[in-house]
Ligand binder design. Structure first.
Ligand code: TXA
Ligand code: MG
Length: 317
């Protein structure tokens, strides 16, 4: 184990939640399931606990983290929620949406959480275990995806252990994540801006706003991992929009194709999103032959899938 910790595997019951809460409130790192991906949680009001998130992930810089709370009501302690942000919160929370909001002045969050910015990213996850943990813990929980920096996000407890065993105190095992890729992130300029496509289709956000939303890849002053070009990377090289394999390649398919693994044989984008990270992890475990990926339609969940695939295929440092 990387720094001598014995990572506890906690079960999805009252005893597991009680232990996870006890550890979180004592400043420990506890990975927990959300409906998107597993988060690496720490008490967001505890500077030392938040600092340990960056150490455990090997994040090169102090990039801002998403803060998780159990309900819309709990947001007012940490951030200002009004206007279009409140509309989106009411429409989609709990769910796979993160809102970047003005920090509440004089709030109790560690300054490390927002990396010195005047804003904080907030999310109310829908997963029942996350809901219960956040409610019982009674503190806002900072949680990036529970993967080593630059690697594929975890959609099972085993993925978390593969990357972080020995570096964190515990993982609460809630089985595979239903959505399977990270939340959609919306900021305000003050007009709404899509910062990361994700588990909530952008079409749903636009329908709630009553019009199109602008897109921005990078946030002024931030160089965040989710916004860098090379991220979510498997060891093997990746080639996108492949209609056929070249010699030596393994096909990660979509739709009616003959493939080593198929994201969705029936061409269902929601199913494909749920399988994406699990299949990338699996291909990574099975060897380093290059991976070719079938074309994925660029609408609905396909937009987030293509975003993650482009990052995984980007040139590596
Ligand atoms: O589904 C998810 O969002 C998962 C689960 C665990 O909630 N979390 C997640 O966190 O994906 P992470 O740290 O891997 O990605 C957070 C993204 C980063 O790209 C970061 O730059 C952005 O959110 N972010 C956080 N705070 C921000 C802020 N104040 N302004 C702009 N972007 C921010
Ligand atoms: Mg991440």
């Amino acid at each position: 184990s990387a720094n001598g910790l014995e990572t506890e595997i906690l079960t999805a019951d009252q005893a597991g939640i009680a232990r996870a809460t006890e550890l979180l409130c004592a400043g420990a790192l506890v990975s927990f399931p959300t409906e998107t991906v597993y988060g690496l949680g720490a008490d967001a009001t505890n500077d030392l606990a938040v600092a340990r998130i960056f150490e455990a992930k090997g994040r090169p810089q102090f990039n801002p983290l998403i803060v998780h709370v159990p309900s819309l009501d709990a947001v007012s302690d940490i951030a200002v929620l009004d206007g279009a942000a409140l509309d989106l919160a009411q429409a989609f929370w709990p769910g796979p949406l993160t809102l970047v909001l003005p920090l509440k002045p004089g709030g109790s969050l560690s300054a490390l959480v927002s990396a010195g910015l005047p804003t904080v990213a907030v999310r109310v996850p829908a997963h029942p275990l996350a809901q219960e943990l956040l409610t019982v813990a009674g503190v806002p929980v900072a949680a990036p995806s529970a993967n080593p920096s630059g690697r594929i996000s975890p959609s099972t407890a085993q993925h978390v252990l593969d990357g972080l065993s020995g570096r964190i105190e515990a993982v609460l095992d809630g089985g595979p994540c239903e959505v399977g890729l990270e939340s959609t992130i919306v900021g305000f300029d003050p007009a709404p801006v899509l910062l990361r496509p994700g588990g909530l289709p952008v079409e749903a956000v636009e329908a709630a706003l009553g019009g199109p939303i602008a897109t921005r890849q990078t946030n002024a002053g931030i160089n965040a991992p989710g916004q860098l070009s090379s991220h979510y990377a498997p060891d093997a090289a990746l080639r996108l929009n492949a209609d056929a394999t070249r010699p030596g390649e393994r096909l990660l398919g979509f739709g009616h194709v003959d493939a080593v693994l198929n994201l969705s044989p029936s061409g269902d984008l929601v199913e494909a999103a749920a399988n994406l990270f699990r299949y990338l992890h699996q291909l990574d475990d099975e060897g380093d032959a290059p991976i070719a990926v079938s074309p994925i339609p660029d609408h609905g969940m396909g937009r987030a899938i293509n975003d993650r695939l482009r990052r995984a295929a980007a040139p590596r440092d």
